[in-house]
Write a new protein. Structure first.
Length: 143
């Protein structure tokens, strides 16, 4: 069993080291949501210690998302995201103190929407880059 865990850790380490900045943001969203969902399950099972550890991990990821913002370049969008991340962080702290799964659901709902928007923006950017590359090569933007 330890062998499988070691292989999994090595795979995740490689995945993180080779990911683009954009992919890392998606991974952060996924991690925060996953830890929140797991913490909610632990709260329901009355495992407060387990829930606490998972909520701390989710809180730390939300803080990483907040710290990763480029407030100068991002302008109003970055400011709005900072507000959402701060709100989510506060709700996770409250969920941890009050053992309230509803607050985790609220935060995860916000994070899921942000993750979806980020994934769509990445897809649009990739599609736009593909069209631009096609035009540069003498093709058309539509195929």
């Amino acid at each position: 069993m330890a062998f499988a865990t070691d292989k999994t850790r090595e795979y995740l380490k490689t995945q993180i080291q080779t990911a683009s900045r954009e992919q890392l943001i998606l991974m952060l969203y996924d991690g925060a949501i996953r830890f929140g969902d797991q913490a909610k399950d632990r709260i329901v099972a009355q495992d407060r210690e387990g829930a606490h550890g998972l909520l701390i991990r989710a809180q730390n990821i939300v803080l990483e998302l907040l710290y990763a913002l480029d407030r100068k370049a991002g302008g109003t969008i970055a400011d709005n995201l900072a507000g959402l991340y701060t709100y989510c962080y506060q709700r996770l702290v409250e969920a941890n103190i009050q053992h309230d799964p509803v607050k985790i659901d609220e935060c995860n709902g916000i994070l899921r929407k942000l993750r979806e928007a980020w994934a769509q923006a990445m897809a649009n950017l990739k599609k736009g880059q593909g069209a631009a590359a096609g035009q540069a090569a003498g093709g058309s933007a539509t195929g």
